[in-house]
Design a protein around this ligand. Structure first.
Ligand code: Y12
Ligand code: CO
Length: 166
């Protein structure tokens, strides 16, 4: 298991760099990230959360509506477009103990590469679209708590800072 960095670790605020080597080291990192996500009962994990400043993330939402669980790996993702609006109660393994409603696009079109460097495009909606946007924000150093109203964000940050200094 890899260590999951927690808010307010400054590494969570960095903009991650593109992946340019699709080698064994990358495959090992992806495998370790999936193991870490499952081990922490998460449904998504981005490389910056484990201290790796790289543009990649893994998602597994578990079994849904008669569909078996599926592990998604997104490398160098780019959200090309989005539409609609969805409000979802989000949590994050880097902000333990906090869940808040966040407004996102209901549907997104995302281009990305797989672990072998092959390019793909996917249209995702609902929970998968939420997860992709949440994880993609990590690659730009943004946590879901930054998406809240100014008042909610201020109250929550005070609460989190108090918890850190206790
Ligand atoms: C929808 C919303 C957010 C995402 C991003 C991925 N988020 C997670 O994987 C959140 C995991 C999580 C796990 C927690 O711990 C346990 O369940 C044991 C948790 O509970 C506490 O921190 C107390 C909160 C969040 C994808 C899709
Ligand atoms: Co997160």
């Amino acid at each position: 298991m890899l260590e999951i960095l927690k808010y307010p670790d400054p590494k969570l605020k960095e903009v991650a760099r593109e992946v340019d080597k699709f080698d064994k080291k990358l495959h090992h990192l992806l495998d370790q990230m999936a193991e870490t996500m499952y081990g922490a009962n998460g449904i998504g994990l981005a490389a910056p959360q484990v201290g790796e400043s790289l543009r990649l993330f893994v998602i597994d939402l578990g079994p849904m509506e008669d569909q078996p669980a599926k592990l998604y790996e997104f490398i160098n993702p780019v959200i090309e477009s989005g539409d609609g609006k969805i409000v979802f109660e989000e949590g994050c393994l880097s902000v333990p103990g906090v869940t808040e409603e966040v407004v996102r696009k209901e549907r997104v079109s995302v281009s990305y590469q797989d672990r072998n460097g092959e390019s793909h495009r996917m249209v995702a909606e609902g929970l998968l679209a939420v997860a992709i946007q949440h994880e993609n924000d990590h690659l730009d150093g943004t946590l879901f708590i930054e998406k809240l109203s100014a008042l909610k964000r201020r109250l929550l940050k005070k609460k989190l800072e108090r918890a850190v200094t206790l």
